[in-house]
Design a protein around this ligand. Structure first.
Ligand code: G3I
Length: 377
């Protein structure tokens, strides 16, 4: 359970008010907001709110008071890194414990953060992305299609229903495409139901909480104009053509291999928006491996990283329907990259906006300044 943090969080919040104004109350957003002026001394969260584009972070399980205070100070949106996943709440089908998910919700609501639910249906990571026994039960079922249809319906109904009206947007489906391919991943869900599982999950989520924005979230390899990116756009288009209730697309933006071309990512975001969808960069981090060239040229790691984050955020800000950017973790002291093979071999990756002392890095200032300027470098 997350410890009660109100006193610490309250102090942290009060300590970071935007500069006092001589005039009356300041609107939350709008070009005259003090946090949108050059040189403003505002946090990332204050600037994001003024700009109207969320700046979020993924919250790990059981975070420290200090980490949560930093989360509250610097970000205005929260995603549960693991606590709300199907396998995390229900390690075996039907045997569920929502303690961690409830604790995340209590913290995020207490800190008045926008909440992204992550993720209802994910074919990877059995025992975590989905119940560890799901595949076996589906294989053993007389009718795997009906079995899986019921399992997804029950889970989405339970999870979306539990937090109805409190989760602003859900990653209903995570990574429907093959990890490095451009066809649907032959996941436990696909093997039982074919593509129908996608429409089912979206439809049930919308029935249970009609006000939540429903996203399909994908790990699009760094070449944002490659086959996988095109396949992702095609999938979104097909789902919309079938009448599936989908409101947005998440581009995870984990930069492991390289820094994307600004034009390629900007074009991908614009193409998705042109379908009539919102877009968010949902899992940003910049691993050392993505900056190898710059490091070999003698560039400073944190400066090169700041430039990479600048590409991501500029691409988002170029599209009005890009409604948020989220880093996959709060600070460099806790990144999945440092414990996940094969990336752990290059640990520490130091891939986020706050350093291991929870202090802003050059990338934090780059992101904040871009949000303040609206994307002008
Ligand atoms: O909670 C258990 C703990 O009880 C156990 O002792 C420990 C040892 O195995 O495992 C712990 O669970 C781990 C969990 O993270 C919490 O730390 C899981 O094994 C481990 O697989 C899980 O990794 C997460 C991974 O998704 C799979 O769910 C990462 O933290 C998380 O950052 C990563 O996030 C994904 C997004 O959800 C989707 N996009 C890609 C992204 C990176 O892979």
């Amino acid at each position: 359970m997350l410890p009660t943090l109100i006193p610490a969080l309250l102090l942290a919040t009060l300590a970071c008010q935007p500069p006092s104004q001589d005039s009356g109350p300041v609107d939350d957003t709008g070009p005259s907001h003090p946090c949108l002026q050059a040189g403003a001394d505002c946090t990332l969260a204050e600037t994001a709110t003024a700009r109207g584009v969320h700046a979020g972070a993924a919250v790990p399980n059981g975070p420290s008071d200090e980490r949560l205070a930093a989360m509250t100070t610097h970000f205005d949106s929260a995603t549960a890194e693991n606590a709300m996943k199907w396998g995390a709440t229900c390690p075996t089908l039907g045997s569920c414990d929502y303690t961690q998910a409830d604790a995340f919700m209590d913290f995020a609501e207490g800190a008045r953060l926008r909440i992204r639910g992550h993720t209802l249906v994910w074919g990877q990571s059995p025992g975590h992305g989905h119940p560890g026994d799901l595949a076996t039960l589906a294989e053993q079922a007389d009718d795997p299609y009906t079995f899986m249809e019921q399992a997804i319906t029950d889970h989405v109904t339970a999870m979306v229903g539990r937090y109805r009206g409190r989760v602003e947007s859900w990653d209903v489906i995570n990574e429907p495409l093959a990890p490095f391919g451009s066809t649907l991943d032959e996941s436990v869900f696909y093997n039982a139901m074919g593509p129908d599982y996608l429409d089912l999950a979206l439809r049930v989520a919308h029935q249970v909480d009609p006000n939540a924005r429903l996203f399909v979230n994908e790990y699009v390899v760094s070449d944002y104009d490659g086959d996988k990116a095109l396949a992702f756009v095609g999938l979104l288009d097909e789902l919309m053509a079938r009448g599936a209730p989908i409101h947005g697309a998440g581009i995870q933006a984990h930069l492991y291999l390289e820094v994307p071309e600004l034009d390629a990512l900007t074009a991908l975001i614009a193409t998705i928006a042109a379908l009539g969808l919102d877009v968010e960069l949902t899992e940003m981090d910049v691993a050392k491996l993505a900056l190898q060239e710059q490091l070999d040229d003698g560039e400073d790691l944190f400066e090169a990283q700041a430039a990479a984050y600048g590409v991501l955020v500029q691409a988002c800000l170029a599209e009005p329907r890009c409604t948020g950017v989220t880093t996959w973790g709060i600070d460099d002291g806790d990144s999945w990259l440092d414990s996940m093979p094969p990336y752990d071999a290059m640990a520490p990756h130091l891939p986020l906006l706050l350093d291991t002392d929870l202090q802003p890095k050059p990338a934090y200032h780059t992101v904040r300044e871009l949000l303040a300027s609206g994307g002008e470098a």
